[in-house]
Design a protein around this ligand. Sequence first.
Ligand code: GRF
Length: 197
Amino acid sequence: ARLAILLSGRGSNMLSLVQATKTGALHGLAEVAVVFSNQPDAPGLALAAAQGCPVASLPSQGRKREAFDAEAAALLQQYAPDFVVLAGYMRILSPAFIQPFAGRILNIHPADTHQHQGLHAYEWAFDNKLAETKITVHLVDEGLDTGPILAQEPVDLRGADTLAEVERRGLAVEHRLYAQTLAELIKKARHAERSQA
Ligand code: GRF
């Protein structure tokens, strides 16, 4: 399966997915068609290029949402992705973007999306002294972190007494769960194709 990975920042989830295509859970199942950013100077984009991934960017600053999303979707379609994988892509997607890839867009959220949506989920868990948070991989619809859940995994936060420690524990789970969930989804899609043929 061809993946378009979208990011706006650091890119640690992108990196773990790229690694997984090379030697991990996604090996033989997926390849990175493109890593795309709405922030041309996102550190993650440089990391992706250093990994040998095709990269593309389109600055979103100052653009109207629908117009930007239509242009971004058209650009991505040139790479013929089977899945669009959001990895710290800091935008809410409009129908202009979702429609061409409906049901094939994934996101990872560092909390239970039933309990927390939007930014700063690790801060939220830390400030509320949660004993556990749940990393969530979900399909993306037009709401903010509202799409159907594909996988969740708990993170034990007991004894995590700094925000950095909460993030460290959470990200370790994110990096494993995202590749694993995607691998299962691709296997299911292949199986469905085969039983149709
Ligand atoms: C991750 O915590 C992810 O769950 C959230 O944004 C963060 C992105 O981090 N959606 P990175 O850019 O993958 O390092």
